[in-house]
Write a new protein. Structure first.
Length: 261
């Protein structure tokens, strides 16, 4: 086969070009198909790309509906998608550039997309909820509310992202292009989503102010969003720390803490 002396990546690229030509050379009674490892991986990449696009076509509307229910307003629900799109576009661009000098598996894009969506939602959920509690519940102005959100939830997001990056860096030691590609795709998505969460998201929240709750659901109210059931559970944990584990007598994540520490 043409390109048989090339590396596996080059052979798969040649197989992509030969498949359509070989299929067109068949007749009504004869079917011509490409076989071999390169042809198999070419078919796998095509099927994987098609499945990925189809899955995202169905998952994004469902994700948006869940975000609207979780955040209670269309504007707040759009913030995680903003982080996801930015992280995904940046990751895809970086992976595209890296393909010119390194072997990058198509799985890298799959995992980058998956982690960009997951982390974009998680990080935005922490920061936006903390901002809304400080702005609407504690009646701080937008800048002070952003400062409180980043001083609490922002630190948690930072440590979470750094931990993920450090843990995934060990996978880069595995002598397998597929594993390295997956780890690289995840690390890029984590890095870009983390950077957007710590820089762009606070700026957008400060600019939005009360408009973060624009286009709300009818049963949603702004404020601390306290739950009596979870409050009772927290008080039970505080009264019996020896049963449920060691407890600190201080709370740095709430503005109106009712604990004695």
């Amino acid at each position: 086969m043409a390109g048989a002396r090339g590396d596996p990546t080059a052979m798969v690229a040649v197989a992509d070009k030969l498949k359509s030509r070989l299929k067109a050379s068949g007749t009504a009674g004869v079917t011509v198909s490409l076989t071999g490892a390169s042809g198999m991986w070419s078919d796998f990449n095509t099927a994987n790309r098609t499945a990925m696009m189809k899955s995202e076509l169905f998952s994004w509307p469902v994700t948006l509906a869940i975000l609207v229910l979780a955040f209670g307003s269309l504007v707040a629900a759009g913030l995680p998608l903003m982080l996801t799109i930015l992280g995904l576009v940046a990751s895809a661009g970086a992976l595209s550039l890296l393909t010119h000098g390194f072997e990058i598996s198509i799985w890298a894009m799959n995992f980058a997309l998956m982690f960009a969506l997951a982390l974009g939602i998680d990080y935005a959920l922490f920061v936006v909820n903390r901002f809304r509690g400080a702005y609407f519940g504690s009646k701080l102005d937008a800048r002070d509310a952003v400062a409180v959100a980043m001083d609490t939830a922002g630190k948690a997001v930072l440590f979470s992202g750094v931990t993920v990056l450090i843990s995934l860096s060990a996978v880069m030691l595995v002598p397998s292009p597929a594993f390295r590609s997956m780890a690289l795709g995840i690390m890029l998505s984590v890095a870009f989503v983390l950077a957007a969460t710590l820089t762009l998201l606070p700026a957008v929240l400060a600019k939005l102010g009360p408009r973060v709750d624009a286009l709300p659901l009818r049963w949603v109210h702004s404020g601390e969003h306290r739950s009596a059931r979870f409050a009772r559970w927290g008080e039970r944990l505080w009264r019996h720390p020896h049963i449920y584990g060691p407890a600190r007598r201080s709370c740095s994540f709430c503005l109106r803490c009712r604990c004695s520490g």
